[in-house]
Design a protein around this ligand. Sequence first.
Ligand SMILES: Cc1ncc(COP(=O)(O)O)c(C=O)c1O
Length: 375
Amino acid sequence: MMQTESAQAALPYDRVYNFSAGPVMLPTEVLEEARDELLNFRGTGMSVMEMSHRGKDYEAIHNETVDNLRKLMNVPDDWAVLFLQGGASLQNALVPMNLKQEGKIPNYIDTGYWGNKSIGDAKKLGPVHIAWTSEPTNFDSVPDDDEPQFTDSPAYVYYTSNETIGGVDYLRDAKFNTDALVVCDASSNILSRPMDLSRYDVIFAGAQKNQGIAGVATVIVSPRALEIAAKQDLPLMFSWTKAHKENSIHNTCPCWAIYMCGLYYKWLLKNGGVDWIYPINERKAKRVYDVIDASEGFYKPHMKEKNRSRMNISFQLPNEELTDKFLAEAKPLKMSTLKGHRSVGGVRASMYNAFPESGSELLASFMVDFAKRNG
Ligand SMILES: Cc1ncc(COP(=O)(O)O)c(C=O)c1O
C-alpha cells in the first residue's frame, strides 16, 4: 500500500500517529524548539521551568504568548485573555461563580458528557435551567439557534462547542435567541476554525488539544462579562478579575505550559493562523467521513450528519471482535490511541490542529482496506 508507506515515512523520530482525544500530538517543530531551548533558554543559563515567574525573561515569554493568542483570535484590547490552572474543568465552577447575578438563573445546553459535567458543577452552586438537551437521542446532535428554550433574563447561556466524546460540533458560532451573556467551552475546537467573538462573552479551553499542553486553560472574557465578574468577592484563585488585573501572574503561574502554548501559537501564526489550519482540518475530517459514508453501513457514526465533529470522529464497527481487530491492525501501522471512549465504545479518531494530514490519509486508506477484507 503506497500511501501507507509514504504516510509512515512522514513521521520523524519514529513517532506514531496519535489519535488521542487529549493530550495530543504537538507540531514536531514545537517539540524540537522546546528541546533545543530546554537546558539553556536563549542564553539565560536556565530552562523556562527553572525561571522566576516574575523575572523579565519569563515576562517576555508570557506577554508574547498572551499577545499571540489575541492575534490568532482577533481578541479586542478591552477583553481579558487569561491563562489559568485547574484545566477546563475548573472553569465549570468559575463560570457560575464569576457570572453570578441576583435573581438570574444560568441556562445550559446539554449536548453530552462535557455539557453534563459543567451542569453538574453549576448545580452545586445554585439553580440551573436546562434550555435544551439531546439526551433523548443519546446526545447525537446540537440545537439549531432557535431551539433552546431560555428563561426570562438568564444569568448566562452556556454551551459546549464540540463534545469531545460524542463527536458533535456546532460547526458555527451559535447565535441564540437571547441577549444574555454567552459562555462557551471550546476545549476541543478552539483555534481549529475562525470564531466570531461578537457571538461570545466567555470562551474557555484546556490547552492540551488545540493550543499546547496540559497544565493551563485559556479564558477569554468580554468587557460586559468582566463587569459582572468584578462585582463578586471571590478567593484569589477563583477570581477572573484578580487574574486579569495581574495578567494571570497572580500566583506562580504554570510557566512551562504557557511557554509551550507560546511556541504553538508562533507555529500557527508563522503558517498563516486559523485561516490556514481551518481548511486543513476540514480536509482531514472529510477524508475519514467519506470512507464512513461509502462503507454501506460497515462503519456507523453516532452523530447526526449536520453536527459531525471535525476534531473527534467517533464510529462503530459491526461488532466488538471487529473493533478489536481494527485496533490491533492499526497499531503496527503507527496509528495509536484509536479506541473509543469507554462510555461510547467503537473507534474514535481525534485529529486536532497539529495532527498531520498524512495521518488522516493513512487512516482513510486503512479503513477502506479493512472494510473490504472484513465486510
Ligand atoms: C469539551 C471539554 N471540556 C472540558 C474538558 C476538561 O478539560 P481538563 O481536563 O483540562 O479539565 C475536556 C477534556 O477533554 C473537554 O474535551
